[in-house]
Write a protein that binds this ligand. Structure first.
Ligand code: UDP
Length: 239
């Protein structure tokens, strides 16, 4: 049927800001519950789901640094923020009866499991949602890069990046009414046109490993499922 998933295993990247909803800071539990519902639909049709959540709703290293803080300390705080988001997401997913594991790139015994690729593969294979938290565990990286790295490590079929707009445009669609959306792009086009899709580290990583990326609008109900069953949704970057 048309509801057959086209991917066996996906890596979904949610920004921290996506969890804020209409709040100015922090987490909106209503948004978490809506996302859990949508993620549950994927699990329900047999898709294995890895999740990377950002931390920008709480702390960003670069922003703390501009306010005078040591950059590495700020990045450590940013990574800890992603763990808080991951715990909130797990809570919401488990209340929806979706078995969820949180792994952290920074050891936090008693709170999360430490990231272990082989364990993650077993959990994913068993149908559990796995949330990869604390980014890459290193300062000066982003959770976009962490999402691409984990996707490659666990051999996901695609990275799905949830944003506030329906894909990648040639200009900011919030500011420019003539902005045009791309259906498809190559990695080199993203780099040559300097399109702000993800940071360069992330783009170069997926280009080197030929990991496809789809950018789509998660605020649109049903868009996640559409992206997974193959209906055109957002912008596909590959090749
Ligand atoms: N961060 C980091 N290393 C990583 C991932 C994240 O140091 O591998 C820090 C960095 O300070 C970043 C913050 O965590 O600003 C939150 O992550 P990000 O900005 O990627 O979150 P998002 O924009 O997706 O909400």
């Amino acid at each position: 049927s048309s509801r057959q998933p086209k991917y066996k295993r996906i890596l979904l990247k949610l920004s921290g800001e996506a969890l804020m909803g209409t709040e100015a800071f922090g987490i909106d539990p209503k948004v978490l519950d809506r996302m859990s519902l949508e993620i549950g639909q994927l699990v329900g049709i047999g898709v294995q789901v890895g999740l990377v959540i950002g931390g920008g709703n709480l702390f960003r290293g670069a922003a703390l640094h501009s306010a005078g803080m040591d950059r590495v300390t700020g990045d450590h705080m940013g990574m800890l923020a992603t763990v808080m988001n991951a715990l909130a997401m797990r809570d919401s997913l488990e209340r929806s009866n979706i078995q969820t594991r949180v792994m952290s790139a920074i050891t936090m015994e008693g709170v999360t499991e430490h990231y272990d690729r082989r364990k993650a593969l077993r959990y994913l294979g068993g149908g559990d949602v796995v949330i990869f938290s604390a980014g890459t565990g290193n300062p000066f990286f982003t959770t976009d890069t962490a999402a691409c790295l984990r996707a490659i490590e666990v051999d996901a079929d695609v990275v799905l990046k949830a944003t506030k707009v329906d894909g990648v445009y040639n200009a900011d669609p919030m500011k420019d009414p003539d902005a045009v959306r791309f259906d498809r792009l190559s990695y080199d086009q993203v780099l040559d046109l300097k399109l702000e899709v993800m940071d360069l580290t992330a783009i170069c990583l997926i280009r080197d490993h030929q990991m496809p990326l789809r950018v789509f609008n998660m605020n649109k109900p049903g868009a996640l499922l559409n992206a997974v069953v193959g209906s055109a949704e957002g912008t596909l970057i590959e090749g």
